[in-house]
Design a protein around this ligand. Structure first.
Ligand code: ATR
Length: 265
């Protein structure tokens, strides 16, 4: 992992645990790279023959000019969180949104032609909204405390992904099939806060939260108490991390066991 700072990242713990569970002969380390050293650090990936890296703040956009190729999602987002070294050629990917989408699909949630309500318009919201758009959802409504950001994001999604209607004003909360909290509301230490009243949602609505500290946010607890299906943030984080491993190793990675073991730690 390259970023600045990196010391609080959970990525080394997640990946080294997965390497053990999945029998991968590898080691994952977090390396602090200052912005002015990014070019040299990327050269080092080639020179040292490092198989792959994750990229985090502040390098996700800047790194693109040092890479040889981008996959579709990284191109659309203009941001990279995963790099694969293919015989010295570096290809950039972004698993931030796809990790979430694949977790939903593996939990049996259908996305095609569905209506999605996104809360928040930051980096996580943008990545997830883009991946949901690529899955063919019908409508994405983005709500944010700062309305200019949700307006800009809705316009960007509508213009980049054909067939998806993206809006930034709440119509009828009951009409949504999926709600995703992409704000930090409910995150430790303000654990009693919720980003939306779950009573407004229909009974078929799936409720997901990117916050993973606490594991079960108040928002998810209230949704569960109403009998709605919920998706926890830690699952999303781990799925997104393990998708990088699938890119690097070109094999299927067992994810459920990693999630369960990680929860025990
Ligand atoms: P990330 O990369 O996790 O998406 P981010 O880009 O900083 O992080 O985005 C944080 C999101 O949480 C934003 O949508 C932010 O709203 P603003 O754009 O108005 O700042 C939202 N957010 C953070 N704290 C919030 C709060 N107390 N109430 C409502 N929204 C909040």
């Amino acid at each position: 992992l390259i970023g600045y700072p990196v010391e609080k990242s959970l990525s080394p713990d997640i990946h080294n645990l997965s390497f053990e569970i999945n029998g991968i002969d590898g080691a994952y380390v977090a390396l602090e790279v200052k912005p002015q050293d990014l070019g040299e650090a990327v050269g080092g990936i080639r020179a040292l023959g490092i198989k792959g890296v994750n990229v985090t703040i502040p390098h996700k956009v800047e790194i693109i000019r040092h890479l040889d190729e981008l996959d579709q999602e990284a191109e659309l987002l203009g941001a990279v969180n995963t790099v694969k070294n293919i015989g010295g050629k570096l290809k950039g990917y972004n698993t931030d949104g796809r990790g979430f989408v694949e977790l939903l699909k593996s939990s049996g949630v259908e996305l095609k032609d569905k209506r999605v309500l996104m809360l928040g318009a930051g980096g996580a919201s943008r990545a997830i909204a883009m991946s949901l758009g690529l899955e063919g959802v019908e409508e994405i409504c983005i709500l944010n405390r700062t309305e200019e950001k949700s307006k800009a994001l809705a316009e960007e999604i509508s213009s980049k992904i054909q067939g998806v209607s993206a809006v930034h004003k709440l119509c009828d909360p009951e009409s949504y099939d999926l709600v995703v909290n992409c704000t930090s509301v409910g995150m430790y230490p303000d654990v009693s806060k919720v980003p939306l009243d779950v009573e407004l949602l229909s009974e078929r609505c799936v409720v997901a939260d990117i916050v993973y500290k606490p594991l079960k946010t108040e928002f998810l607890a209230r949704a569960e108490a109403r009998g709605l299906k919920t998706v926890e943030g830690l699952g999303m984080l781990i799925n997104q991390a393990l998708l990088s491993e699938e890119i690097w190793t070109e094999r299927d990675i067992e994810k459920e066991a990693v999630l369960e073991e990680f929860k025990k730690r």
